[in-house]
Design a protein around this ligand. Structure first.
Ligand code: IMP
Length: 199
């Protein structure tokens, strides 16, 4: 079976690939599959955005004749939700500071919004939608709980990782190796639910 990951984010594709195990014989990012489409992520919810990406990329892949029975398209939409900010940046995480998906500017804005705020509790949420050819769809949400640091820590990962402190490992996600992050992350938890639902 083939899986196409409906993303152009190299970090995200790499994480999903390394967590998938042997479930799919072929795993490709969108570009690898020859699909070059920009999906407008304008839904109100993470699941809404994941569904939009999955449906548009599935339609494109199927239209190009890339999918056989059971082959799938997987979309992931992720947000960071800070308790003290009523769940912001949330579904707007990618475009928190600017429309331009500027990770450094997003992190700077989050730190600035939380200046002087003692409640640092936050969680990542990943919504996944898997659409399979001639088989039922699967939807899941995975979460991981932690705290927003007061300054960036660590060089690994991407996005908000250097601001997200995970107490059980006493590290930010950016201080973890990719193997460590992939054992506990929101994306790992969402993917585990998707894979379990496939059984
Ligand atoms: P999207 O799911 O690709 O739309 O990402 C939404 C926003 O969350 C972007 O700003 C990403 O950089 C950020 N993001 C997505 N996944 C992660 C992650 O695993 N760690 C940190 N930030 C992430």
């Amino acid at each position: 079976m083939k899986l196409i990951i409906a993303s152009n984010n190299a970090h995200k594709i790499e994480e999903i690939k390394s967590m998938l195990g042997t479930k799919f014989a072929v795993v490709q990012g969108m570009a690898e599959a020859g699909i070059f489409i920009d999906v407008d992520e304008d839904a109100e919810t993470l699941t809404g955005n994941a569904r939009k990406k999955a449906e548009e990329i599935f339609a494109a892949a199927d239209g190009m004749g890339l999918l056989s029975h059971g082959d799938a398209v997987l979309a992931d939409d992720t947000g960071l939700l800070a308790d003290a900010l009523d769940g912001a940046p949330g579904v707007r995480s990618a475009r928190y500071a600017t429309e331009g998906h500027d990770d450094a500017a997003n992190r700077a804005k989050l730190l600035s919004e939380l200046t002087g705020v003692t409640d640092r509790a936050a969680h990542f949420a990943t919504a996944m939608v898997l659409i399979r050819k001639e088989m039922p769809e699967i939807e899941a949400v995975g979460r991981v709980y932690g705290e927003i640091t007061r300054e960036e820590r660590g060089e690994n990962g991407f996005g908000y990782d250097s601001l997200f402190y995970y107490q059980p490992m006493e590290k930010t996600f950016a201080e973890m190796t990719s193997e460590e992050k992939n054992q506990v992350s929101h994306r790992k938890n969402a993917l585990a639910l998707v894979l379990a639902a496939m059984e």
